[in-house]
Design a protein around this ligand. Structure first.
Ligand SMILES: Nc1ncnc2c1ncn2[C@@H]1O[C@H](COP(=O)(O)OP(=O)(O)OP(=O)(O)O)[C@@H](O)[C@H]1O
Ligand SMILES: [Mg+2]
Length: 515
C-alpha cells in the first residue's frame, strides 16, 4: 500500500514528461529567438571541433589558377610529378604536340603518387572536379560535338604530409619542385632566332622569329680545350650570379667580342653558347637600322635570357671617321642616302652602356669582327666587352675534334697520318671551316685524311713560296719590279680567301635562317 502511494502513477509520469517536453520546447524556441543563428552555428561547430579526433596530417591545395593568373606552382608540380610516376599508377595521360621532342606524361584524375624527399613521405593527389554542376559538359546529340566552352573544371593537386614537416615542405621541398620544373622546361625549350624584318613598311623594323636549329654545341666546336673551358666557365659563372650582380650594383649582363678570320667559328660559337644556355638569339643587323631610335625600339622588344648578336661590327656601324674616308660614297645602308642614316657609334655605345644595361636581366651581347684592329678604341676600352675571344686558325687539337665530328675518329685515338698532320697544321693558316670542308669530301676515313694531308702540303708550299719571295724582296740585288709583282699576286691570293668568307657570310645573312 505504502509502496503503492510512493510509486508515481503512470498518468502523473506522463504529465511530468509532457510538462518537461513543453518547457524544453519553450526553452528551445526562446533560445532560437534570443540567440542569433550565426552564434548558434558557431557554438555547435566549436563543440564538433573539440570532439573531433585530431589529424596529424596537413594538406596543401595547389589550384590550377589563382583567379586570373595561372598558378606557377601548379604547372611546376604537373611537370615535376610526370617524372615521378610509379608502377602503382593506373591511369596516366599521355600526349605530344608536333613541336615537342618527347612524350608528355601527366597524372589522370584521381591518381595518387608518393614522393620521398630527404626521407619524408609526401602524398600527392590530382583532383579534377566540376566546379559548377550546371556547367557540366554538354553534348549536342545531333552533331555529337561536345560543348567545352561551358565546361568549367576545377583542377588541383593535394599535397599531404605530416604536420611537423610543414616548414621543410614550404621552404625546401616546394622550391625544389619549382627548380626541377624550370630545369625540365629549359631542356625542352625550343630556341628561337630573331632576325630583323624591314619589309613591312619603310623605316619601321621589327623582330621576326624562327626556330633556332643550329646544331653547333661546345662538344662539336673545334677550339683549344683551355679556351673552350674558360668560355664555358665564364658562362656558368654569369648565369649563377644573379645575387652577385645585384649586390655590386651592376646590370646582369655580359659582353663578348669574338674576333678572327672568316670561317674560324665565330657564328658557330654563338650558336653553341645559345644551345648551352638555352638562350634565344637576336641577330641585330645594324645595316638595316637607320636611326638610334629604331635601335632603342628593337632593344625594348627583346626578352630576358637572350643573346643579342651584332655581327661584323667593323662593317656595320657607321663610324664618324669612316664617314669622312668614304665621303664620296653617298649611298650606304642598303641604298639609303648617307644623310638619312642617323645611326652612330656613340648611339650604339650609349645603347650598350645605358638603355641596354638598365632594362632586362640575364642578357648577353656578342660582337663579332674579322678585323679587331679596325674597331673604334671606344668599343674596346676595358669594361665595355667583358671578354675578348680570339678565334684563330685550326690547331691540331681543334683538328682532332673535327676529325671526331666528321670522320668518327675518337679524340683519344691515334691515326698513322696524325703525326704528319700535326707537324704541318701548326705552320699552315687553315681555318676550321676549310678543314671541315675537306674532311667532308669522302666518307672513307683514309681517303679524307689523305686528301686533307695533301691540302696541308699544298698550302705549306704556297706559304713557303710567299715567304721566300718576301725574303727575296729584301735582298738588294734582286729585280725589285718582278718581286713586287709576285708579292701582289700573293696578297691577291690572301684577299680572295677573305673575300670568299665575306661572300659566304652575306649569303648566310640573306638567307637569314642560320647564323
Ligand atoms: N671552330 C669550329 N668548329 C667547328 N666547326 C667550325 C668551326 N669553325 C668553322 N666551322 C665550320 O665552318 C662553318 C663556317 O663557320 P662560321 O660561320 O662559324 O665562321 P665565322 O667565323 O662566323 O665566319 P665569318 O667571319 O665569315 O662569319 C660552320 O658552319 C662550321 O661548319
Ligand atoms: Mg660568322
Amino acid at each position: 500500500m505504502f509502496s503503492q502511494t510512493e510509486m508515481p502513477s503512470a498518468s502523473s509520469m506522463f504529465s511530468a514528461y509532457a510538462s518537461m517536453t513543453a518547457s524544453m520546447m519553450l526553452l528551445r524556441s526562446m533560445a532560437n529567438e534570443l540567440i542569433p543563428h550565426p552564434i548558434r552555428a558557431y557554438v555547435l561547430n566549436a563543440f564538433r571541433y573539440l570532439l573531433k579526433p585530431r589529424s596529424q596530417s596537413l594538406t596543401l591545395v595547389i589550384e590550377e589558377s589563382n583567379g586570373i593568373a595561372r598558378n606557377h606552382l601548379y604547372d611546376a608540380a604537373e611537370a615535376y610529378l610526370s617524372t615521378r610516376v610509379s608502377p602503382d599508377n593506373e591511369r596516366l595521360k599521355i600526349s605530344k604536340t608536333p613541336k615537342e621532342k618527347k612524350l608528355t606524361i601527366r597524372l589522370e584524375k584521381g591518381e595518387k603518387l608518393l614522393d620521398l624527399y630527404h626521407g619524408v613521405s609526401l602524398r600527392w593527389r590530382f583532383i579534377c572536379s566540376d566546379s559548377d554542376k550546371n556547367n557540366a559538359p554538354t553534348t549536342d546529340n545531333t552533331t555529337g560535338i561536345s560543348n567545352v566552352s561551358v565546361r568549367s573544371e576545377k583542377r588541383f593537386f593535394e599535397l599531404s604530409f605530416h604536420k611537423k614537416h610543414k616548414q621543410m615542405v614550404l621552404e625546401s621541398y616546394l622550391p625544389f619542385v619549382l627548380e626541377k620544373a624550370k630545369e625540365m622546361k629549359d631542356e625542352e625549350r625550343i630556341l628561337k632566332m630573331h632576325t630583323l624584318n624591314t619589309s613591312f613598311c619603310y623605316g619601321g623594323v621589327k623582330w621576326d622569329s624562327i626556330n633556332l636549329e643550329h646544331p653547333s654545341t661546345f662538344e662539336t666546336l673545334a677550339m683549344d680545350w683551355e679556351q673552350k673551358e674558360s668560355i664555358m666557365e665564364d658562362l656558368n659563372r654569369f648565369v649563377k650570379r644573379r645575387e652577385f650582380y645585384k649586390r655590386v650594383g651592376r646590370a646582369w649582363k655580359r659582353g663578348y667580342l669574338l674576333y678572327g678570320p672568316p670561317g674560324t667559328g665565330k657564328s658557330s660559337l654563338i650558336a653553341a653558347m645559345a644551345n648551352y644556355l638555352k638562350f634565344d638569339i637576336y641577330d641585330l643587323q645594324l645595316g638595316n637600322i637607320v636611326r638610334d631610335s629604331d635601335l632603342r625600339k628593337l632593344l625594348l622588344a627583346t626578352a630576358n635570357r637572350s643573346i643579342l648578336v651584332i655581327e661584323d661590327i667593323d662593317c656595320s656601324v657607321d663610324l664618324p671617321e669612316r664617314r669622312h674616308h668614304h665621303a664620296d660614297h653617298h649611298y650606304h645602308h642598303h641604298g639609303r642616302k648617307q644623310s638619312d642614316v642617323q645611326l652612330t657609334l656613340s648611339g650604339l655605345l650609349n645603347f650598350i652602356d645605358g638603355l641596354w644595361s638598365s632594362c632586362g636581366d640575364e642578357r648577353i651581347i656578342i660582337f663579332t669582327t674579322n678585323h679587331k684592329e679596325r674597331l673604334d678604341p671606344a668599343l674596346l676600352r676595358p669594361g665595355r666587352m667583358d671578354m675578348h675571344i680570339h678565334m684563330s686558325y685550326c690547331s691540331f687539337q681543334a683538328f682532332k675534334i673535327l676529325a671526331s665530328n666528321y670522320l668518327d675518329i675518337p679524340t683519344t685515338d691515334h691515326h698513322p697520318l696524325f703525326p704528319e698532320i700535326e707537324g704541318l697544321i701548326e705552320d699552315t693558316q687553315i681555318t676550321p671551316a676549310h678543314v671541315a670542308e675537306e674532311l667532308m669530301k669522302s666518307e672513307d676515313t683514309e681517303v679524307a685524311l689523305q686528301g686533307f694531308l695533301n691540302l696541308l702540303k699544298r698550302k705549306k708550299m704556297e706559304g713557303d713560296v710567299c715567304e721566300n719571295e718576301a725574303v727575296a724582296a729584301d735582298e738588294p740585288n734582286n729585280n725589285k719590279q718582278s718581286n713586287k709583282k709576285r708579292k701582289v699576286a700573293c696578297n691577291k691570293q690572301k684577299k680572295t680567301v677573305a673575300a670568299a668568307g665575306t661572300q659566304r657570310r652575306t649569303r648566310r645573312l640573306r638567307r637569314g635562317s642560320s647564323l
